[in-house]
Ligand binder design. Sequence first.
Ligand SMILES: [Zn+2]
Length: 454
Amino acid sequence: MSLELDRRLADVGTRFRIFPQPRFLQKADGSGPLFPEPEEVTVSVEPGAMQAGPGDDRMFVIDAIGKLPYNRFFRPPFRGDARPPVQAGDDGHFDHLDPAGREFSAATMYATVRRVLDIWEDYFGRTIQWHFESDFSRLELIPLIEWDNAQSGYGFLEFGFGRKPNGTIDHDRPFCENFDVLAHELGHSIIFAEVGVPASPQDEAIDYGGMHESAGDLVAIVASLHFHSVVDMLLDSTKGNLLTINGLDRVGELSDSREIRVVFNSRRMSDVGEEPHDRSLPLTGAIFDIMVEVFQQDLVAKKLISEDLRTRSTNLPGTSQDLLEIEAEFTAAYTGNEAAFKDSLLRARDYLGRLLAVTWSRISPDFLTYHGVLRTLLAADREITGGENVPIIRSCFAWREIAPVPTSLMLRQHTLVDCGLTAGKGVTVPDPGAPADPQIPAPRANGAAFVNRL
Ligand SMILES: [Zn+2]
């Protein structure tokens, strides 16, 4: 599991420095960047196996010159002119690069993607084979093209820059240095590789689309929670009260982080439509809530918070007075116990990573529904913990109104008559061909007024 991953890599891997969050995120008091210094990360590739670029046997950076974005007819491998590959320092590591230079950006792109892949391969417990393996053995990473956009595609990630308010390219905002964006895009690749794509043209894939976007965000947030600075900032600002509903105001300066905004959302199925990003929000919220609940459960087990505080913070009491009280109680509990809170959060993070890896390994992409994701998560929990967290998973999904689709055959009731077991006639032989009674309406799960359109 991941807590051990870093201990394992520290002695054998190659060192890089990357920014946990974009440099343009500012402190609330305007005194400077929220993350002023890059942090050291160690990737799993040994210095002796690293290539200039940087690159390795799974991916490589190519800093293309004058390249236009790939499209339907222009695809990898890139064969045009490129700048010289970035070289390791004398000690074989890449942590010597100046954050002001172009080489730093190129190395950051490699280190981020490699680090996120390391983290998720650790949760999967095996190598994640690329979905484009029939054509390419390595992922092509193109860091800084003159484009106010970024894209991932079959065998490549290519990144440009953000946009200034006047619509021109903002060279101070290279997407390739944005950990969340890179991790999100790699998340799509992981889903293509591990879940696959729907086979039937009849499959509208509405929940599949939402699941894909949700997975990108979950891959990114779990990976972000491997930066000590991000975890410390999150805990210090919330005092461990990570309740996501109405929680954005508690995360302080981190609320400018895209991933934090996405996971601290309070959307339910009745709030969203079919557009994949919109539809992803209740699923992302439900799954992130599982981590928060497991974290709180551990705090109770360690007697760091009371069961009563946990219950009150989970079941929103609804008055600002209660919220202030809850906040004060969390502050009292957290103060002096920072390390124990952090340990619980990292364990909950690793549980979530493993839960998602098992789920994504098992689930079919065909006619996928959020309810199917829920059932696979429950099965995954039974495999990992023996079903300890089943009640948590169930309640997090119920709150988000994720339930069987109203037309699901699963919800149809079968009376004795339907089954050919009519009372009074003695034992009758069921007629397997008997149609289900169309007059029986499917119940609406949770009594919720949502429409799940698959
Ligand atoms: Zn996406």
